[in-house]
Design a protein. Structure first.
Ligand SMILES: [Zn+2]
Ligand SMILES: [Zn+2]
Length: 260
C-alpha cells in the first residue's frame, strides 16, 4: 500500500479529527494596550508594576497578549473573555519550560475584560508586532497522539520470528504493513508548526497537557508559540511552547515548552 492509498483509506478517520486553527497575521509596530500582539505595551492590572522574574528579579518580557474577545467568530466563546498574557524571563533562569513553574520565570494569566490600565512604559527589548488578522488552516493531530485516538502503530520490536511494523485503525477497518507506510502516515497526519491559535499541538517530546489545578482536567491548546517565529526567542534548542487553558475554568491558563 502506498502512502497515498493509506491516507485515502484513513480519510474518514482523519476528517473526524481535523480541527480549525489560525495563523496570526502581523504588522510591525505596537497598537493599543488592549490589542492582540507579540511584545509591545500591554494592559496591566490596576496599579500593578511591570511583572518581574521570580528568579533573577529582572523585568519579564511580554511575549504574547491575546484579546479573547477579538478571536475568529468560529471559536465562539470557547476561550472565554479578557486578555491572555504571557510574560517570560529572557535571562539565564531555568524552569520556564514548566507549566505553573514555582520559580516565577514566566507569568501566564487572563486579565478580565474591561479591567486594568495601560503599562506606563515597556522595559522589554523585543520589537512589537500587532496581530491584525487570522489566517485559517486545517490542523491534524500529532503522531504521538494517534494511538490515543485509535490509529495504532505496532512495531513488533521483540517479535520472534520477525514481524513487520503494522498500522491498524479499527474504526475504519484499516490495516497496513511496513515501516515506510507507518512513517509516511505519522508525517502526513500532523499538526502545523509555527505560531498558531487553537488546533492540535505540535509536541516536542510527547503530549504534555498540564492538569488544571482546580479540577484536574487536562488543559487544551489555546496558542502555540514557536521558537523564533513572531517572538525573537529560542526556547531551549528550537523548542515549541504552548499556552493551554482549562476548558471549564477559563481563567486557568499555563505556558510550557519542550524541545523538538
Ligand atoms: Zn529570570
Ligand atoms: Zn479546571
Amino acid at each position: 500500500m502506498t502512502a497515498d492509498e493509506a491516507l485515502a483509506a484513513l480519510a474518514p478517520w482523519i476528517a473526524k479529527r481535523e480541527r480549525p486553527a489560525w495563523r496570526p497575521t502581523v504588522e510591525e509596530g505596537d497598537g493599543a494596550p488592549t490589542d492582540s500582539k507579540f511584545a509591545g505595551l500591554p494592559l496591566l492590572a490596576e496599579g500593578e508594576a511591570w511583572p518581574a522574574c521570580g528568579g533573577c528579579g529582572q523585568p519579564l518580557e511580554l511575549f504574547l497578549q491575546l484579546d479573547l474577545d477579538a478571536l475568529p467568530d468560529e471559536l465562539g466563546d470557547r476561550y472565554g473573555s479578557g486578555l491572555v498574557q504571557l510574560f517570560y524571563c529572557t535571562g539565564d533562569c531555568d524552569g520556564g519550560w514548566e507549566p505553573f513553574n514555582s520559580e516565577g520565570v514566566s507569568l501566564c494569566r487572563v486579565l478580565p475584560a474591561g479591567a486594568g490600565a495601560p503599562a506606563a512604559e515597556n522595559p522589554g527589548t523585543f520589537p512589537p508586532q500587532r496581530i491584525v488578522g487570522w489566517e485559517p488552516l486545517v490542523d491534524r493531530p500529532h503522531g504521538m497522539e494517534h494511538e490515543r485516538l485509535g490509529l495504532v502503530t505496532d512495531y513488533h520490536f521483540n517479535a520472534v520470528p520477525y514481524r513487520p511494523t503494522e498500522v491498524i485503525c479499527e474504526e475504519v477497518g484499516f490495516r497496513a504493513e511496513g515501516m515506510a507506510t507507518a512513517k509516511a502516515i505519522a508525517e502526513r497526519i500532523a499538526p502545523a508548526d509555527g505560531d498558531k491559535l487553537a488546533g492540535w499541538p505540535h509536541w516536542g517530546q510527547g503530549p504534555e497537557r498540564p492538569a488544571c489545578p482546580e479540577c484536574g482536567e487536562a488543559m487544551e491548546l489555546l496558542f502555540q508559540l514557536d521558537s523564533e517565529a513572531n517572538v525573537p526567542f529560542m526556547f531551549g534548542d528550537s523548542g515549541v511552547g504552548h499556552v493551554t487553558q482549562c476548558p471549564t475554568h477559563k481563567q486557568v491558563v499555563a505556558f510550557g515548552w519542550a524541545c523538538c
